[in-house]
Design a protein around this ligand. Structure first.
Ligand code: MG
Length: 152
């Protein structure tokens, strides 16, 4: 059994959609990034690649590559799932923590789990998503950005 850890941060900005786990969450601000800036899916991909000893998303999907501009990160996760399969790995479970002050994401978690489980060809019960705030401390409290961390 191998274990990986992923961590990602994106800035909040106006004029962008807030995409988490492939779900667009209604909010006044979105996350800035070369792709759709899906911070949750990025942390998940980094943990999967790390567990498999296959580097990180920066190596596989560089933000200097125009092919990935505005791309849906679920498409990138599909590529990671294929890579894992090619190397003979299967996902046992994933536990993801989102860190943000608002909005409440609990209502959107079932749809995120469905997207991620479908993309990774696993059961929804193998994907856990939690959300927490930083109790009005740090950059998430000032609504400058979000971060996500994940173990696989
Ligand atoms: Mg990222």
């Amino acid at each position: 059994m191998r274990i990986g850890h992923g961590y990602d941060v994106h800035c909040l900005t106006e004029g962008r959609a807030l995409v988490l786990g492939g779900v667009t969450v209604p909010f006044a601000l979105g996350l800035q990034g070369h792709s759709d800036a899906d911070v949750l899916t990025h942390a998940l991909m980094d943990a999967l690649l790390g567990a498999a000893g296959l580097g990180d998303i920066g190596r596989h999907f560089p933000d200097s590559d125009e092919r990935y501009r505005g791309i849906c990160s679920i498409e990138l996760l599909k590529e990671v799932a294929n890579l894992l399969q090619e190397h003979g790995y299967t996902l046992e479970n994933a536990d993801i923590t989102l860190i943000a002050q608002r909005p409440k994401i609990a209502p959107f978690i079932p749809a995120m789990r469905e997207n991620l489980a479908e993309t990774l060809h696993c059961r929804q019960g193998q994907i856990n998503i939690k959300a927490t705030t930083e109790e009005h401390l740090g950059f998430t409290a000032r609504e400058r950005g979000w971060h996500a961390t994940r173990c696989a």
